[in-house]
Design a protein around this ligand. Structure first.
Ligand code: ADP
Ligand code: MG
Length: 698
């Protein structure tokens, strides 16, 4: 593969320097190697013919065979279009043309048989399928061009310059003509263990498959490569960290921890909380640095676990800090922790962007002389030139809002790397955690504190809005508070903001006796904080908001959440949102507002929300229905390598295989010094991207 990295794309036959510039600029493709790793987005299947009655869900481009029953020109001006009604023996579909209308109308005869090829879309409003601007051919005309044709992602500027998928296929073919053999870098033992195809074959087949089976084998091999590199990298790091990197040793459980447990803890710890504390305790006394992820659903009680871990640090003469992603959350944590430890004489302070200069100076002094025990803050805590006297433990809450580089900065705050505890409510299926957090140990709090009443979730329909508002009124009269959440999606920001404002006015008019607040992400931070504070203090009784309230906000008196246009949210997001209610002893309610005419699938997704409050189950369903989506986006930021073909959400099995093979390889040759592993060691080094890899910075 090495020589391919040095093979400039402008020398590939058919590209030339003008197109090379475009490829570099818009696709980050510089070498033949990069071009070979520009994998097809999908393939169009010209091997089979679909039946209209079989159309369902989100379809790729497909072929249909049948006849046009008639053509009509409808609409005026820009909406003018040619509609052909096309039928096979199983149903009908509308074929639409917006351009070249008269030419097309003359080209096709009603009654003749044609094969049409295009992407069918379903219109919920009319309940009909349609295809726009399909390729239309008489049957048999395609002859030998049938098969799986690759379709590449081509950004607009390239498209405007006439670059097509077929051209890219040609260039790739020219690479293979220039370099017929691409040497494999995977260890022969690994290849043999899994009976995988060689690299040359895999690359050829993925760009020009002759059958679905061949394509699957090629994709498996290439996905494996990506995941295997990550696994080897992570396992090497994890083991090195465990063996080499020294961490603070917390030998004793002392005064702070014990007094807190005996006198301050306002409830019994759950079994899961106890277990996780034991896991932490076992880590921090080894002398090696701890990197532990604590996963626990919303409301599972992660904060107190973090606090008790911090008390362990204090007991051994170390300082601790806790970082939260927003100022609101940091402040809430600070207030909660301060109350909990009040009787212990712990010196705890808050540092955020809005901390005054004078207070900031005090914090700096006390951190440096060691008299400040716990510092809670936002990333001001790492951006600020703070120096700890001896930081022993850093807790990071809701990790996914923190960039990878930011975490690395923590290390520089102390001579010995501090132990790190990452807390997240994002449920991550096991195999995913294996890759994304391959070098973190994972603890799970899989039990909610006793006595929680599960949130009652119901679907609400637009035409029964008055009933929903009546129920809300009942809650308000009992002194409770409520959230009303609107979606805010970027493509349609203006419209969304409008509906949010209208919603706010409508609610204000409907509930004149109560103070109604209003927050969204476009507000100035201090304005937003002021609104949140009014709600937290109970002054504001209804908060009309966008998803800015999604993470961590804790107002136990809020018992009702109404989510507007619920069908526009992902399930995991609905789950996070819903977690804002049900935080006190009272029965809480969540109403998912939607329309009657949503698709069956959407309805099933929403109904799942009414049936379970299990975050893991919801995350898995979300992944199945929506694809990796959000979850993967979140995850990708955690891994050091670019994934071009593997998919963390759906390739769980390959991840597991890659993990096992990586273990075998490292067992045999941890430093990859054997001659038969030299090629692989080189490939690994080339793939390492020092900017993105944070675990090694320690
Ligand atoms: P999260 O895991 O979402 O961060 P928190 O730590 O904020 O959850 O805890 C949610 C609520 O549950 C808090 O009010 C906390 O005091 C309470 N809590 C935590 N652990 C227990 C427990 N073992 N028994 C009863 N209540 C608990
Ligand atoms: Mg929390």
């Amino acid at each position: 593969m090495n020589s391919l990295r040095n093979f400039d794309i402008k020398y590939i036959k058919g590209i030339g320097s003008a197109r090379a510039d475009l490829l570099r600029k818009h696709l980050d493709i510089h070498s033949a190697y990069d071009l070979l790793r520009h994998f097809p987005l999908h393939y169009v299947d010209r091997t089979s013919i679909y039946k209209i009655t079989d159309l369902a869900g989100d379809m790729p481009s497909i072929q249909l065979r049948g006849r046009f029953l008639h053509f009509n020109i409808v609409g005026e001006g820009r909406k003018r279009r040619l509609v052909g009604v096309f039928s096979d023996d199983t149903g009908i579909i509308e074929v639409l043309w917006f351009q070249g209308i008269s030419r097309i109308k003359d080209a096709f005869r009603t009654g003749n048989e044609y094969v049409i090829f295009g992407k069918p879309t379903y219109f919920e409003r009319t309940g009909a399928w349609s295809i726009s601007h399909p390729e239309v051919d008489p049957p048999g005309a395609l002859g030998s061009t049938q098969g799986l044709r690759p379709v590449y992602s081509i950004p607009d500027p390239l498209r405007r310059n006439g670059i097509t998928s077929r051209m890219i296929s040609g260039w790739i073919n020219n690479i293979f003509i220039a370099r017929p053999i691409i040497t494999d870098y995977l260890p022969a033992s690994t290849l043999n263990n899994l009976g995988m195809v060689g690299l040359s074959d895999a690359l050829r087949s993925v760009h020009a498959p002759s059958s679905a089976e061949q394509l699957n084998k090629a994709r498996f091999r290439l996905k494996f490569d990506e995941l295997f590199l990550i696994q080897v990298d992570m396992q090497q790091n994890a083991r090195t960290r465990k063996q080499v990197s020294r961490g603070a040793v917390f030998t004793t459980i002392g005064r702070f921890f014990n007094r807190f447990y005996a006198e301050c803890l306002p409830f019994q710890l759950t079994g899961a909380q106890k277990r996780v504390l034991r896991e932490i305790r076992n880590d921090v006394r080894t002398g090696h640095q701890m990197n532990r992820l604590v996963q626990g659903d919303v409301g599972s009680g992660k904060t107190v676990v973090a606090l008790m871990a911090m008390l362990m640090a204090l007991d051994n003469g170390y300082q601790a800090c806790m970082m939260a992603p927003t100022e609101i959350l940091a402040t809430q944590h600070f207030e909660a922790l301060r109350q909990l430890v009040a009787p212990l004489g712990v010196n705890i302070k808050l540092l955020t962007g809005s901390t005054r200069a004078k207070e900031r100076r005090v914090i700096h002094e006390q951190l440096a002389d060691g008299s400040l025990h716990i510092l809670v803050g936002t990333h001001a805590l790492i951006e600020d030139p703070v120096r700890f006297n001896n930081l022993g433990l850093a807790v990071i809450d809701e990790q996914h809002r923190f960039g990878v580089a930011q975490r690395a900065k923590l290390w520089k705050k102390a001579t010995l790397p501090p132990h790190v505890l990452v807390m997240t409510a994002t449920p991550i299926p096991r195999t995913l955690a294996m890759t994304v957090y391959g070098d973190l140990d994972v603890s799970v709090i899989d039990e909610l504190p006793p006595g929680r009443k599960p949130i009652l979730t119901k679907l609400g329909f637009d035409d029964r809005r008055l009933d929903v508002l009546k129920a809300l009124g009942l809650q308000l009269r009992q002194g409770r508070q409520a959230y009303i959440v609107y979606p805010l999606v970027h493509e349609n920001e203006k419209l969304d903001l409008l509906s949010l404002e209208e919603g706010y006015e409508y609610i204000r008019d409907t509930f004149r006796d109560y103070k109604v607040g209003f927050v969204h992400g476009k507000m100035k931070p201090d304005e937003k904080d002021a609104q949140m504070a009014l709600f937290a203090s109970g002054t504001t009784r209804i908060l009309v908001a966008t998803t800015v309230i999604e993470v961590g906000v804790n107002v136990p008196n809020a018992t009702t959440m109404i989510i507007e246009n619920a069908e526009r949210f992902g399930l995991s997001q609905l789950h996070q949102l819903r977690g804002r209610v049900g935080r006190g002893g009272d029965q809480s309610y969540c109403v998912l507002m939607t329309r009657h005419n949503i698709s069956k699938e959407t309805r099933r997704r929403l109904e799942l929300m009414t049936q379970t409050t299990d975050g893991f189950l919801i995350a898995e369903a979300d992944m199945k229905w929506r694809g990796p989506g959000d979850i993967e986006g979140t995850m990708q930021s955690g891994i050091p390598f670019d994934l071009k073909i593997a998919n963390l959400a759906t390739d769980g099995q390959i991840i597991a295989l890659a993990s096992r093979e990586a273990e075998k390889l490292l067992e045999l040759d941890f430093h990859l010094v054997l001659p038969e592993h030299a090629a692989f060691a080189r490939a690994l080094n080339l793939s390492r991207d020092s900017d993105k890899s944070w675990s090694r910075i320690s």
